[in-house]
Write a protein that binds this ligand. Sequence first.
Ligand code: FES
Length: 77
Amino acid sequence: MSEEIDLSSLYAMMRPKKVCLCKSVTESELVTAIENGCDTMEKLIDTTKASTNCGNCAGSVLVIFQREMDKKKSRIS
Ligand code: FES
């Protein structure tokens, strides 16, 4: 029994997921920016430009920001 691999689906799964479609910002870019010192939403948005167009991604950007800041805090304490 063989399974055919749909390469376009495979590539789509491997492609980094964009959190902000307008500015083409991935979750890993947001995480990296936070790791590099963006400790406020304002700094994160200024640095990555995520959520500066339609704003539909603002909630997702905030969730990622809060999650990563919680991780940083737990590493410190
Ligand atoms: S999807 Fe991020 S600003 Fe539009």
